[in-house]
Design a protein around this ligand. Sequence first.
Ligand SMILES: [Zn+2]
Length: 246
Amino acid sequence: MATKKEKSGVSDDAPRAPEAERSSKALRHLDETFEEWRHEPTARGSAYLGAVLLSLGGLLLGASTFAFARIAAGPWRENAWLLLAFGLVFELAFLIVGGKPDAPLRVGDLGVGRETEGKVQRVAWCDITRISLVTDGVKLETADEPILVGFEQHSSTAARVVAEAKKRIPKRVVIEDDDVAGLGKVQGGARVTAEPPQVTMAVCRATGEALTFEKDVRMCRSCGALYHRNGVPRRCSECSRKLRAA
Ligand SMILES: [Zn+2]
């Protein structure tokens, strides 16, 4: 009976039906919900020192302006050049110490993102070519500038980036297991949803065909590589995950 029922439906060798694709664990549609973790930087050491240097430098430069304008009297006016010099030294020290707080970072389905001026600039996992450990953080190499997830302000983010990358693009992570363990437990951050990626200018990783309509786009669930629904290969060309049956 069961055999009869099966035969009355779609045959086994039929082309991939949209329903089957949607239920695929390996591929996503762009109208699904994308999630990521948002990590705020942790202010420590040089960030506090930087704030002190910036404030002192500003005060001294302000005082020197008054002194030069001959608004201040007595020793202030006589030491205007000294005030200016010390003010500049403190400002220079601030620039060298680099106490500026880092931006919040995002880690999740769409790769690694940095919040810049209210927007999130992301690099997809499939566009990260190598992940390695350097003295001051975890370095993500891309076709453009490398991204540094620094330990000083983003130590928990670094642990999360490496943990996610080990699952999604393991062959591109060149960090020994002991060193991964040394990054500490994956913790912190807030779970948030992310806007689906824009497909403008994107092309199918397998065929090179332009991806014009979002409904035609399929995304590798592991690495975020985009494919045209008619060009999905058996295995992802970026992370080798099996995307569909033969
Ligand atoms: Zn992939």
